[in-house]
Design a protein around this ligand. Structure first.
Ligand code: SAM
Length: 316
């Protein structure tokens, strides 16, 4: 598909380029903020699975830049934003980057060190594995990323803080909801207008972090497994009390963003210049080392001949 036809088919892709966002995902975080006011009073944030960086850009523009430009800005008092991803990303003003795997305990330690004993007000996680199209499998891998995010949350988030995490809706959604409810009294599953209806993606908005009394982060997995056991859900107050059987967990679900605004599943006409032409913009910042880079190199080499392809494979 050419850039212009994607511009027509995907209004948020086009708007992202016009407004200088690295990815259309920026609008999802902005629309979640419109509904939940997630940035209010926030001074320290962790952005998990941040590349190519549009959520980090939102954090920089909403938190760091206004504080830096304020007349009473003081160097040591500026908001702290720490972004982590497996992939490297181009720099963003006010954002500290950590390249690492969020499922690895060492990555969590690096993040904690950046906070120097202080805690974060907000943790966001837009992590997604390479989607296979097998919904059960994708949902499972996605839930592992959320649990890795939750592990980091239990180490770095202050009491009363917020956690926003991408989820894939599926058969284990109620289990995930109950697991999150163990730590957050308010959990809402939100679908921003910029997230396509055809996608099973949604976002868990978890408010007012309150771990169980005497909770030790080392016990997290044991605790979560307990909820996963057949009787576990009964231990929690996430059942509505009036629903029965598989429906007994009632999950608050909310569409957010301007509901009369752009529809991510619709095509929009392209704006024309006075001469009647349309010029598609280039992406703001393409990923600097995407996982598919090697595949592209191999594909290019295969056009030049099998020998070169073999050489590349041997070199890798
Ligand atoms: N929020 C980003 C933005 O606005 O630009 C987009 C995030 S993208 C949808 C998902 C990211 O998750 C990818 O960059 C991928 O590298 C990252 N990811 C997946 N598994 C990860 C892991 N185990 N540790 C760290 N990052 C991971």
């Amino acid at each position: 598909m050419g850039k212009a036809s994607r511009d027509k088919r995907d209004i948020y892709y086009r708007k992202a380029k016009e407004e200088g966002w690295r990815a259309r995902s920026a609008f999802k975080l902005l629309q979640i903020d419109e509904e939940f006011n997630i940035f209010e009073g926030v001074k320290r944030v962790v952005d998990l699975c941040a590349a190519p960086g549009s959520w980090s850009q939102v954090l920089s523009r909403k938190l760091y830049l206004p504080a830096k430009l304020s007349p009473d800005a003081r160097e040591g008092d500026l908001p702290l934003i720490v972004a982590i991803d497996l992939q490297p990303m181009a720099p963003i003003e006010g954002v500290i980057q950590v390249q690492g795997d969020i499922t690895n305990a060492r990555t969590a330690e690096v993040v904690i060190r950046h906070f120097d004993g202080c805690k974060a007000d907000l943790v966001v996680c837009d992590g997604a594995p390479d989607v296979t199209g097998l919904h059960d499998m994708d949902e499972f891998v996605q839930s592992q990323l959320i649990l890795a995010g939750l592990t980091i949350v239990t180490h770095v988030l202050k009491e009363g803080g917020k956690f926003i995490a991408k989820i894939f809706r599926g058969k284990d959604t109620s289990l995930l909801y109950c697991q999150l409810k163990l730590f957050f009294p308010i959990v809402t599953f939100a679908k921003p207008k910029s997230s396509r209806n055809s996608s099973i993606e949604a976002f868990a908005v978890c408010e007012n972090y309150s771990p169980p009394e005497g909770f030790n982060p080392k016990d997290l997995h044991h605790l979560l497994e307990k909820i996963g056991s057949p009787s576990g859900v009964d231990d929690l107050d996430c059942s509505s009390g009036w629903l029965e059987g598989p429906n007994k967990v009632y999950i608050p679900f909310l569409a957010c963003g301007d509901l009369s605004g752009y529809d991510s599943d619709r095509s929009y006409p392209l704006p024309k210049a006075p001469d009647g032409t349309y010029r598609s913009l280039d992406p703001v910042q393409p990923p600097i080392a995407p996982p598919y880079k090697r595949a592209l190199e191999l594909k290019k080499a295969s056009c030049h001949g099998v020998q070169e392809l073999e050489k590349l494979s041997l070199d890798s």
